[in-house]
Design a protein around this ligand. Structure first.
Ligand SMILES: Nc1ncnc2c1ncn2[C@@H]1O[C@H](COP(=O)(O)OP(=O)(O)OP(=O)(O)O)[C@@H](O)[C@H]1O
Ligand SMILES: [Mg+2]
Length: 317
């Protein structure tokens, strides 16, 4: 049993002269939420289609749930749920009948279909409205139902392609809450395409940033932020002696220290617990008035990475 839900090696797909997915190598551990971030046309949807075996790669391989995406796509699809660009709901059917219909496709017996329908609709706060035709529902409610549909057969892996796009901020936030709860409850691994950074930061343990088919960053939100520059501490106060500054410079987590007027700027290697550094300062007799921790936001990093692509379209990352 592999500990990886997804592993791709040099996965590539061309459409004519377009490298939609270009040498993508990623690993997604079981039980995690992986956020795949990128601007329009970056290759996010194409990647999901490759992982589900709906498209053949031009080059490279993908293992999904231990199965090969080229030769064992049926095995992958029966163990995965997907909410892609179209929600796949029948507008004229009620929520209950939509789910029941999917339950039949998955050959669940009637009692189990009813139980699962009730369970999911209750979790999503939609049980009371189960009898209404879906056509009358708001977009946010439809997306929730589509998520329930994708999870109906208790898949091990859930693919979501921009699930909150087109939702207003509060509907998007509610969907995210539900997603978070369902992931926890069902223990499902999630591959989430999004261009919403707050969403990725909120939900994902690991994020990959893709631009023009290429992976330009990969790691935890903190690791990705760290790529854009070191976190920094700005300390204002008085009594910063040369000895103290030397001591700070010798600290393994400190990259540099500069001192201007009443302000110390400390560049750190990693986002660390800063209390010990402050204690060191105070014990050496410094008066600390204000401490500011600065850290690039994921958004700054994302825009930097994506802008590099705009300026140097042929450039290597
Ligand atoms: N079936 C296809 N035929 C030709 N080109 C395609 C096809 N599917 C995707 N592409 C191209 O591949 C590139 C990646 O598209 P893809 O849909 O994967 O991007 P995306 O990251 O999902 O974008 P968005 O955020 O807009 O959904 C684009 O240039 C697109 O035009
Ligand atoms: Mg897409």
């Amino acid at each position: 049993m592999t500990t990886l839900a997804i592993k791709t090696e040099e996965l590539s797909r061309d459409f004519g002269s377009i490298h939609a997915v270009d040498n993508l190598s990623i690993e997604v551990p079981h039980g995690s939420v992986f956020g795949f971030l990128g601007p329009n046309g970056a290759g996010k949807t194409t990647t999901i289609r490759l992982l589900l075996g709906l498209l053949q790669p031009s080059h490279g391989t993908a293992q999904v749930l231990g199965f090969d995406a080229i030769h064992q796509a049926d095995e992958i699809r029966s163990r995965s749920g997907a909410l892609l660009e179209h929600n796949g709901l029948y507008e004229r059917l009620s929520a209950e009948h939509n789910l029941d219909f999917y339950g039949r496709i998955w050959q669940f017996p009637a009692t189990e279909r009813r139980a699962r329908t009730r369970e999911l609709l209750t979790h999503l706060g939609l049980w009371e409205r189960r009898g209404e035709p879906v056509a009358n529902w708001s977009r946010g409610m439809k997306q929730k139902l589509a998520m329930a549909r994708a999870l109906f057969h208790r898949p091990q892996l859930l693919f979501l392609d921009e699930p909150t796009s087109g939702l207003d901020p509060s509907a998007a936030a509610r969907l995210r809450d539900d997603l978070e709860n369902l992931v926890e409850l069902e223990g499902v691994t999630v591959f989430l395409n999004t261009h919403n950074l707050a969403e990725a930061e909120r939900l994902c343990q690991q994020i990959g940033i893709i631009r023009q088919g290429k992976l330009v960053a990969n790691g935890s939100p903190n690791q990705i932020r760290a790529q854009a520059g070191n976190p920094q501490l700005e300390i204002s106060g008085s009594g910063f002696s040369n000895t103290t500054i030397q001591e700070l410079r010798a600290h393994p987590e400190v990259v540099s220290v500069s001192h201007h007027n009443s302000r110390l700027t400390i560049q750190l290697r990693n986002p660390i617990e800063t209390a010990p550094l402050l204690t060191m300062l105070v014990q050496s007799g410094a008066q600390v008035e204000e401490v500011l921790k600065t850290q690039s936001s994921l958004e700054e990093v994302f825009l930097n990475l994506v802008d590099e692509g705009e300026q140097y379209p042929e450039g290597e990352s």
